[in-house]
Design a protein around this ligand. Structure first.
Ligand code: HXC
Length: 257
């Protein structure tokens, strides 16, 4: 498929989606979101892909939902069509998904990054939920995911003042997994993504499913799910290979089966 708002490439088992509307700082319009969804479908269907990276430019991961596109919206139409359910494809992704963030990740951009499994940030990254400055509020999960990720105090601070926080603050409060030098962002992210892609795919998907369940289930249910998933991995060839390789003191050769 030919894309106009994203660039797509693969690199050693990793699928990379680069948001590419430079003139609008990668503002998320309907066309871009449809392309991201299509690219995710294609990477998920490709057995050779074991990890997916979403990134932007050096200046902006994404500066939010496209304000120009949404400015004339009316309540009745929004309520009837529910157009902002359009990013749900991202959270349904079963393969591991990393956000590599440089520059602005604001509003919907911050929310898109938070839909990924973890965020690797460049030193120049800036995160924020500035919707309040436009007379609105987050709608792609910012009020929920940010609060679960950084706690009530910081989420209230960011959503009510609309201020930006830098990469160091984002790492301190647990929003991002790591901060790396801006010129090393893709190198470091691809190293992590290739490492993940080299693991057995069924075990990476199960790890992700169990961790995500921690946000949706009571502890007892989550612990039961974890054990069930653990037991189920003993039905995979990759478990046999991983443990046999350890005992034989050789690297594992996972077949993702
Ligand atoms: C549409 C945007 C945009 C956006 C930037 N642009 N952000 N267009 N939607 N979210 C456009 C500008 O209009 C401008 O186009 C070009 O990108 C460059 O932006 P500048 O403002 O000139 O750049 P700069 O001075 O460097 O400032 C960067 C910035 C600022 C601080 C990131 O652009 C900014 O504040 N953007 C809006 C951030 C924001 O409020 N995001 C939340 C959106 S609401 P022209 O044509 O003038 O050159 C949201 C809701 C999500 O995300 C909830 C679900 C719907």
């Amino acid at each position: 498929m030919a894309y106009e708002n994203i660039l797509v490439e693969t690199d050693g088992g990793v699928g990379v989606i680069r948001l590419n509307r430079p003139k609008a700082l990668n503002a998320l319009n309907d066309a871009l979101i449809a392309e991201v969804s299509a690219a995710l479908d294609a990477f998920e269907a490709d057995a050779a892909i074991g990890c997916i990276v979403i990134t932007g430019s050096e200046k902006a991961f994404a500066a939010g939902a496209d304000i120009k596109q949404m400015s004339e919206s009316q309540f009745a139409d929004l309520y009837a069509r529910d157009p902002f359910a359009n990013l749900e494809r991202v959270q349904r992704t079963r393969k591991p998904l990393i956000a590599a963030v440089a520059g602005y990740a604001l509003g919907g951009g911050c929310e898109l990054a938070m839909m990924c499994d973890f965020i690797i940030a460049a030193g120049n990254a800036k995160f924020g939920q500035p919707e309040v400055t436009l007379g609105v509020m987050p709608a792609w999960g910012g009020s929920q995911r940010l609060t679960r990720s950084v706690g009530k105090a910081k989420a209230m601070d960011l959503c009510l003042t609309g201020r930006m926080m830098d990469a160091a603050e984002a790492e301190r409060c647990g929003l991002v997994a790591r901060v790396v030098a801006a010129d090393k962002l893709m190198e470091e992210t691809l190293t992590a993504a290739k490492k993940i892609a080299s693991m057995g795919q069924l075990s990476t998907i199960a790890n992700k499913e169990a961790i995500n369940a921690a946000f949706e289930t009571p502890l007892n249910e989550g612990l039961r799910l974890e054990r069930r998933l653990f037991y189920s991995l003993f039905a995979t060839e990759d478990q046999k290979e991983g443990m046999a390789a350890f005992i034989a003191k050789r690297p594992p050769d996972f077949k993702h089966r």
